[in-house]
Design a protein around this ligand. Sequence first.
Ligand code: NAX
Length: 325
Amino acid sequence: MKTPVDIAVTGAAGQISYSLLFRLAAGDLLGPDQPIVLRLLEITPALEVLKGVVMELNDCAFPLLNKVIITDDAKVAFDNVDYAFLVGARPRKEGMLRSDLLSQNAEIFRVQGKALNDVASRKVKALVTGNPANTNAFLAINNAPDLAPECFAAMAMLDHTRAISMLAQKCGVLTRDVKNISVWGNHSCMQYPDLHHAWVKGQKALSLVEQEWFVNEFIPTLQHRGTQVIKARGQSSAASAANAAIKHMFTWINGTEEGDWVSMAVPSDGSYGIESGLVFSFPVTVTDGVYNIVKGLDINEFSLERLRQNEAELIEERQAVRHLL
Ligand code: NAX
């Protein structure tokens, strides 16, 4: 048997983790011959609930799950980890201003960025899911000066898989027939799901759907998909978010498929005129465990305007958390 790999998950007693942990323990990320140790971080009041989740994990008798560590100390959770799923964040409560939500979550990611900087493996892959995901990742990066910014990414994969599914349904094809979808920008209602470069069974997506559908249905439906799920389910997306987190990390480890790409929110290198350092969702390819922003795509006026709007929103979010940089 191989040496166990340590995986940290924060917000481990929450809804997304209730799906994520079981899939990790079943081998969905690292495969059927790689034992793992789960290092689970929660706030102190949630540790009792987390104990219940650990009981259930143990009750599954997963052959790959060597050990589960639970803690309320980020340095214990991140000790020498290669993979960190940063899921935990504070939900928005009624009456709470967006700026309060930003500051409270920013504080969490400031602390966790520092802890990763101090104790994680130097090649850690840290995926931020907790919202506002892009700005939280920006905070973590800026509080982890000894780690390469490329150790971090924020999750746009749920937006990406939602876009694939919606286009596949519209065209009456399977999701695997859809390639090169891009979701640009912020994981917010501003996000820009883009079909200009997408293909469906070898045909240009925009030659198969009407422009009207793309602009007035595809884009707004995806921008508000999370709200629709909450309306229907009474709770926010959980299993699909866990699936997206695994797909993001799996792709980051194993690479993108030849001729295709995925959407990941990563530190901008100035591509497409987006301010360097902002954590912005781009189409990326992954080779040898390293993501690369897809360069040189033609961006028309329509798309450029949406990229700019996302950049402006992220600059505004950054402004709200400046004091924590
Ligand atoms: P839950 O509220 O069910 O769980 C969050 C958990 O995080 C709680 O158990 C809480 O105690 C814990 N937590 C809070 N502060 C913490 C800290 N400092 N350290 C460790 N744990 C902490 O939320 P859930 O539905 O699991 O969603 C988690 C986050 O994912 C939310 O911020 C949510 O908005 C975000 N999402 C992001 C998505 C994305 O695509 N990027 C999609 C799904 C989801 O909405």
